[in-house]
Design a protein around this ligand. Sequence first.
Ligand SMILES: [Fe+2]
Length: 175
Amino acid sequence: MRRLGREQAARRAGRLHTSWDDLELVNTPRGTRTTFLLDRAIGYQASGITMAMFEIAPGRAQSMHRHPGEAWLYVVEGEGHSYLGTEPEGGTDHRWRKGDLIVVDHFLWHQHFNDSAEHTAKVVRIHMFDSLLETMRALCDPLVLFEEPPTAVRDSQAGDPTTVDWPALERPTWP
Ligand SMILES: [Fe+2]
């Protein structure tokens, strides 16, 4: 009970607001640029939920990977498709556009593609991290649970994000 009380106090003392105006997107090895919206890395104390926004350059893709936690992806801008499969090949493609939601189930291989040749795509992803990940990590140790293809394959899928002329970040408008 004391532990739960301490955790509750810590969560309520954590950060509670992320302003769009403060967001800064940085390039990642997976070929996108990304920013945390809610994560312990930026002062939040939420219970295992992490939220980030990533942007895919025109005609480009995020490199393939899989992880134990379920992920929900909400499309803020753009259009594209996502590969989902129990293996890196032979799965299914799911088309999406602004306003759509994609669900990536636990430990599925997945890759997100921007199908526009002119515009970037912005996706907000919510990921349940701690509880399942930590349990699986303990049960499966020393198996590595975050998986990507070999670096050369990852890099060929991701491309070099420093070669992209990223547009200025602008607060979304609806519709
Ligand atoms: Fe993912």
